[in-house]
Design a protein around this ligand. Structure first.
Ligand code: ARG
Ligand code: ZN
Ligand code: CA
Length: 163
């Protein structure tokens, strides 16, 4: 299931089950230094059998991919599957990730740089969402989706996944 390979699309074609409302969750040795990948809900109709989420097998809780082995690659990828972008999407633009209660963020947060404020200034109130599941911090640092993200996931699930 290496990203971009024929083997990956063959595997998905063979294994995919259900409709837009069913989460196909794969664990694999996905290669390329990646922890996971996901398809967005609005891509379902164009490629139904490609829909789903894959996580590096060793990112599951207790796996060998420390500091990414508490399962939050799964949490993050399912966030994408329900229509969320990264908190640093769009950088220091006010639209940013299309969620109003996540502050704009210039670039991914790695490790756990609590208190970071990468888009400072009057137009960008609020510290970066370092502990958000849709950032790139270490798993131990990840602890929340915001209410705005929950509401976006609800709308996307209704709009594209019949949930
Ligand atoms: N880089 C991957 C993505 O953008 C997953 C990042 C997961 N991060 C983590 N701390 N588990 O989909
Ligand atoms: Zn991501
Ligand atoms: Ca935002």
């Amino acid at each position: 299931m290496v990203s971009g390979t024929q083997a990956k699309s063959d595997a998905k074609t063979a294994l995919h089950v259900g409709g837009a409302n069913v989460l196909n969750f794969y664990t694999a040795n996905i290669g390329g230094g990646l922890l996971g990948w996901a398809t967005f809900p609005w891509s379902y109709s164009g490629a139904p059998t490609m829909d789903g989420v894959a996580c590096l097998y060793s990112s599951l809780p207790g796996g060998a991919a420390a500091p990414f082995n508490e399962g939050h690659t799964g949490t993050h990828e399912v966030g994408h599957w329900l229509g969320l972008y990264h908190t640093f999407q769009g950088g220091c633009a006010t639209t940013n990730d299309y969620v109003s209660d996540t502050p704009a963020e210039r670039s991914p947060a790695y490790g756990c740089p609590r208190g970071r404020n990468s888009c400072s200034g009057i137009a960008f109130p609020g510290k970066d969402s370092v502990n958000n599941f849709m950032n790139y911090a270490d798993d131990y640092c990840m602890s929340q989706f915001t209410a705005g993200q929950a509401s976006r996931m609800d709308s996307m699930a209704t709009l594209y996944r019949g949930l």
